[in-house]
Design a binder for this molecule. Structure first.
Ligand code: ADE
Ligand code: ZN
Length: 351
């Protein structure tokens, strides 16, 4: 579909819309200034000295998950202390407020941090304090999803589960992310079974256009028994899978933006298809500081410009997000009521 420039009225509607985001990596929210600030504060001998250096590195990536992740981890390596985790979490929630995101589920990667000598305690305390102060100061509610880095060993995932055990009341969900090639969901069937027994909600990345993406989605729902799939765009290639995802009421957290300032038309078209087929799909930013596509407002503006979504469609995406969230039912009801009130107030204003 042709790109259209949205009206001021639609922009205003998007900015005012109460939003939920279910797929964003804490470590993907580090802008160039933060990367440099933390590298200096922690006394690192860091390859990037200026904002321009960081921007050049972002611009020189090749397309694809591997190139993205290689640079991503170089940025994330600047996080060292409890205070760093606190600040990054708190500042992200400030950005949520600016985008009228009222509820967010934040992913983070414990193994990458603990392998660098940071204790699980410092990491989780910093994040949790940032989340609590963010709620107090910005009114943004956040829940946490710890992710297994899938390229590591299964033993390392078990170790992470053990380290997390004393803090499980602070962590709502378990996810699976990072390098997908040769690391199918089935590698973690037993870990997921245990996690569900321990009370975690579960999701997993099935990233876009990976080898065996469709098979990986089947494994998630049949073996890991995930409540959600992160991305899952390739599901539309298999009608049986689409039917099953709808039957089991699985939420798919799509991320329409990648590297360019506007969503790649390829993904936008497929996300539109997911939506039209009746899949419970949501729109998310994934790694907002590294995708150069901005946070939720900009992401929704891009989706409307690329796919022609109406206000009703945007309300449906947000309803899907609140319903597919891991909030208690009474909180979901409260947020969905606020969304419906917003819809009514905007419709009145239109007439
Ligand atoms: N870790 C951080 N961002 C990720 C992404 N987009 N896909 C997989 N793993 C990630
Ligand atoms: Zn992701």
């Amino acid at each position: 579909m042709e790109m259209t420039i949205i009206s001021d009225d639609m922009r205003d509607f998007i900015e005012g819309l109460p939003k939920a985001e279910l797929h964003v990596h804490l470590e993907g929210t580090l802008g160039p200034e933060t990367v440099l600030k933390l590298a200096a504060r922690n006394g690192l001998d860091y390859p990037f000295k200026t904002v321009k250096d960081v921007e050049n590195a972002l611009n020189n990536r090749t397309v694809g998950l591997v190139s993205f992740l290689d640079l991503h981890y170089l940025f994330v390596s600047v996080i060292k202390t409890r205070e760093d985790f606190y600040e990054v979490t708190y500042e992200f929630l400030r950005t949520c407020r600016e985008n009228n995101v009222v509820y967010v589920e934040i992913k983070f990667d414990p193994q990458f941090h603990t392998e660098r000598g940071i204790s699980f305690y410092d990491m989780i305390q910093g994040i949790d304090e940032g989340r609590k102060d963010g709620y107090k100061d910005f009114g943004v509610e956040a829940n946490l999803i710890m992710c297994i880095n899938r390229e590591r060993t299964v033993e390392s995932a078990w170790e992470m589960m053990e380290q997390a055990y004393p803090y499980r009341h602070l962590i709502t969900g378990l996810g699976l992310d990072s390098y997908e090639k040769d690391n199918p969901p089935s590698k973690y069937t037993e870990v997921y079974m245990k996690a569900r027994k321990q009370g975690y909600r579960v999701t997993a990345h099935c990233d876009v256009d990976q080898e065996d993406s469709v098979e990986h989605i089947w494994e998630c729902i049949d073996l890991l028994k995930t409540d959600r799939i992160d991305h899952g765009v390739n599901s539309i290639e298999d009608p049986e899978l689409v039917k099953e995802l709808i039957k089991r009421d699985i939420t798919l957290t799509a991320c329409p933006t990648w590297r360019s300032p506007y969503p790649e038309p390829r993904d936008l078209e497929r996300i539109r298809k997911m939506y039209d087929m009746g899949l419970k799909v949501t729109l998310n930013t994934d790694d907002p500081a590294e995708f150069t596509s901005g946070y939720m407002n900009q992401t929704l503006i891009g989706a409307v410009e690329g796919s022609g979504y109406t206000k009703e469609d945007l309300l449906s995406f947000m309803r899907n997000a609140f319903e597919g969230s891991w909030l208690p039912q009474e909180s979901k009801d409260r947020y969905i009521k606020a969304l419906n009130d917003y819809a009514v107030s905007r419709i009145r204003r239109l007439h």
